[in-house]
Design a protein around this ligand. Structure first.
Ligand code: SF4
Length: 498
């Protein structure tokens, strides 16, 4: 018998191959730290929503580390028989189709069904498919669903010190909107049966859903036979346009070289440099013009931030970027010594005031500060200035003096084929310094990227003293490497301009 959970059903709905690979080749799934963090965020928001309607009974049960589905089904029946007003994770099974409902709330004539998403969007079709599937299972289990609702995060909510669940969440009735989905359910289930009972891998071409809303966890597997680089590595080409080339069979750079519609200079240069193995393209005049905008003392600044979906700090909205750490390298005069300062907030504190004060201590007014892709640092500085008027003048002075180290690369003054068309520092750095282990993020321990830093900082308070010391050091070393990398990039630009 086909066994289908609601997440499998949604996988099928998005792309049948996802469901097939989950069943037959789970080992080829690659989940990066951003995907894991999205999952944790989902759990956090789901847990919070349970108390949206006051007291509730949650029927979740475990057998060791895994969910005990039979126990959850049993407990659901018990709670329904007791007329429990609010049941969370109420579980149902019909003919191998299984679902656990986030919130089931008793009302006249039956139950209102609530599906919780840790997203600020309530317009995704897959959410409707998810809810329609649950309603289908419940109706076959004899439960009348009177209304169906989608609960999402209200992006306009501002935290004032006490979390107001009714304002934090946005509840949208979708009873009418799921009707269009409901008629497709049996067809989708029939197709699922045929697909999942066969060990023959479905042949499905790449499509828009491979990259939306997030890159699919099976992307590496599904693109393993494409040439490298391929059209999907082209610089700043919208995914839909990449797909158009792919569908026309224009996949390799050789095939794209003759393609008239690739017009962007940077894309053409990326293709030419790869195919013709050209030496680095260096526009010395352009590099000198950029360098003339810098002056000593010269600072290199990088923030790390957390982005809590449930706001923790007064005046912030869901998913606001909150700086908790920075690294600062600086050189006071031409040929001078490279010095370093750093700051990492204490665990379980609102880091903003401490970050703002230390920045004003560490960076004097009217000095030249560099950032890589400066919009991020500038926005954080403006937010801190708005939050702390007494420091605003100093913070805005820093912000106005920021120069962007990305500029010479983005302007096309420096390109080498190892950059692979990307100008992010994680691409530029190894392209400029391919054999320097001191610049290799893989050689760090614990924290290798911004997502890992973002996940670790909120957990600091739950660690023992010794674990916390290790974690803090890992955070500091990661952020330090970010600004050290910027110093090296600046130095490479200076040498290239000579
Ligand atoms: S990468 Fe695309 S085709 Fe492959 S499983 Fe994911 S969504 Fe389906």
């Amino acid at each position: 018998m086909l066994y289908l959970s609601k997440s499998k059903y949604c996988g099928l709905w998005q792309c049948p191959k996802i469901a097939w690979l989950q069943k037959y080749k789970p080992e080829v799934c690659t989940q990066d730290s951003a995907a894991l963090s999205r999952m944790e965020t989902g759990n956090e928001v789901g847990d919070l929503a349970m108390s949206l309607f006051g007291d509730y009974i949650e029927v979740t049960a475990y057998d060791g580390d895994t969910l005990d589905l039979p126990a959850m089904l049993r407990r659901t029946v018990e709670e329904l028989e007791k007329n429990t007003p609010v049941i969370c994770e109420a579980s149902f099974e019909y003919n191998g189709l299984y679902c656990a409902v986030d919130i089931l709330k008793a009302e006249d004539g039956g139950y209102a069904l609530y599906e919780v998403k840790s997203s600020t969007h309530d317009d995704k079709d897959v959410y409707l498919a998810d809810i329609a599937y649950q309603c289908y299972v419940l109706s076959h289990c004899g439960v009348t669903v009177t209304h169906a609702y989608l609960i999402t995060v209200n992006s306009d909510y501002v935290f004032d010190g006490t979390l107001d669940l009714a304002c934090f969440f946005r509840i949208t009735e979708v009873s009418d909107r799921i009707e269009a989905e409901a008629v497709n359910i049996e067809d989708t289930i029939r197709k699922a049966e045929a697909l999942l009972t066969s060990d023959e891998e479905p042949s499905i071409s790449l499509h828009e859903g491979c990259n939306a809303p997030y890159p699919c966890s099976f992307w590496s597997y599904c693109t393993r036979e494409l040439p490298s680089p391929s059209v999907f590595d082209l610089y700043r080409l919208p995914f839909s346009k990449k797909l158009n080339f792919y569908r026309k069979g224009q996949v390799s750079f050789e095939q794209l070289a003759g393609e008239k519609t690739v017009k962007n200079d940077k894309q053409l240069r990326q293709i030419q440099h790869h195919l013709q193995e050209l030496p680095p393209h260096i526009d010395k005049e352009g590099l000198r013009r950029f360098l003339s905008t810098l002056s000593f003392p010269l600072y290199f600044l990088d923030f790390e931030t957390v982005q809590p979906v449930i706001p923790r700090y007064i005046g912030t909205k869901p998913f606001a970027q909150i700086p908790f750490q920075y690294s600062l390298h600086y050189i006071e005069e031409a040929g001078g010594e490279l010095k370093h300062k750093e700051f990492l907030a204490e665990a379980d504190t609102d880091p903003r005031r401490a970050v703002a004060e230390r920045l004003c201590e560490d960076i004097p007014k009217d000095v030249c500060v560099t950032a890589y892709n400066k919009a991020f640092e500038c926005t954080r500085l403006k937010e801190l200035a708005a939050q702390f008027p007494d420091l605003a003048e100093h913070l805005l002075n820093i912000e106005q003096n920021i120069r962007d180290l990305l500029t010479p690369f983005q302007n096309g003054c420096y390109y080498n084929r190892a950059m692979g068309g990307s100008f992010s520092i994680k691409s530029v750095l190894p392209a400029l310094f391919p054999d320097d282990p001191s610049l290799d993020y893989h050689n760090l321990t614990g924290v290798h990227n911004g997502s890992e830093a973002m996940a670790l900082f909120p957990r600091l308070g739950s660690l023992s003293e010794s674990e916390q010391a290790v974690a803090r050091d890992q955070l500091l070393r990661y952020c330090e490497l970010d600004t050290f990398a910027m110093v090296k990039v600046w130095d490479a630009v200076c040498r290239a301009a000579e």
